[in-house]
Ligand binder design. Structure first.
Ligand SMILES: Nc1ncnc2c1ncn2[C@@H]1O[C@H](COP(=O)(O)OP(=O)(O)O)[C@@H](O)[C@H]1O
Ligand SMILES: [Mg+2]
Length: 252
């Protein structure tokens, strides 16, 4: 059974069909990349999966369960985490606090318990802290742990976003243009992180990415889109050479 299945999903904004009649399946353990020109609908797919937008039609299945109408936090609780094309972190908070805030999507205790600060809440806080510290170690962010986001270079912020997503202990991680704004060396590092996240943590990754070298290097399969519609799905080299893909990028 595929981990994520999109069945004929679509969404329009005004007259624009941002995603149309799109079907694809992502297998557990894959790194699956989505490529296409600007405005092709790549980020919109992430917004549909993570339930920031409602589909106009079609279905989304995660691990066999229909998530099409789940609320956003429901999708997160089931194990889908994302990063944003432009990082969305709390600028005035430290790296550690950003991760702890990320962890709170998983909290099981309610407001009254929080107010009383019952032992269960305290245990949970300690568990979050451990998770956050583990992720900081994993992604080599120790040096930045107590620094405020606003003072950090862009490349580090991008990694903090990945770290925050990992604090949810996702089964599926959605990365939106992780290499944008990174220099070649940082992009090289990123390729290794993606490999580690995928192979060592066993997390399935869907990545929207424009750097074709990173895509070719990191992905098992690639899906190419143009104008919200599927062009092709296949191995990175096949997709790169596909006539419809070349045409979409060259604009005929
Ligand atoms: N919330 C929105 N409101 C209006 N139009 C949107 C919205 N989100 C996306 N679009 C439109 O949908 C199309 C696809 O956008 P997007 O998914 O961001 O493209 P990509 O990530 O591939 O560059 C674009 O034409 C964009 O303007
Ligand atoms: Mg985008």
């Amino acid at each position: 059974m595929s981990l994520l299945v999109a069945e004929r999903i679509g969404v329009s904004f005004g007259g624009v069909r941002a995603v149309q009649d799109l079907s694809f399946a992502v297998e557990a353990g894959e790194v699956f990349s989505i490529v296409g020109p600007n405005g092709a609908g790549k980020t919109t797919i992430f917004n549909l999966i993570s339930r920031f937008y409602d589909v106009d039609g079609g279905r989304l299945l995660f691990d066999g369960a229909d998530i099409t109408r789940l609320p956003r936090h429901g999708v997160a609780e089931r194990g889908i985490a994302r990063t944003f094309q432009n990082t969305e972190l709390f600028e005035r908070e430290t790296v550690l606090n950003n991760l702890l805030i990320g962890c709170h999507v998983y909290r099981r205790t309610g407001l009254v318990q929080d107010l009383l600060f019952l032992p269960a809440v305290r245990r949970q806080e300690l568990a979050f802290r451990r998770t956050a510290e583990d992720v900081i170690d994993l992604l080599d962010l120790q040096h930045y742990r107590d620094q405020v986001i606003a003072n950090l270079p862009y490349g580090i912020r991008k990694m903090v976003e990945v770290a925050r997503a990992l604090c949810l202990k996702p089964r599926l991680l959605l990365l939106d243009e992780p290499s944008s704004g990174l220099n070649p060396e940082e992009t090289e590092d990123l390729a290794f992180w993606i490999e580690d996240i995928n192979e060592e943590l066993g997390i399935t990754v869907i990545m929207v990415e424009h750097d074709m070298n990173l895509v070719a290097r990191a992905s098992d399969r690639v899906m190419a889109l143009a104008d919200g519609a599927l062009l092709t799905i296949g191995a990175p080299e096949e997709v790169r050479r596909h006539p419809d893909v070349l045409r979409a990028y060259l604009g005929d």
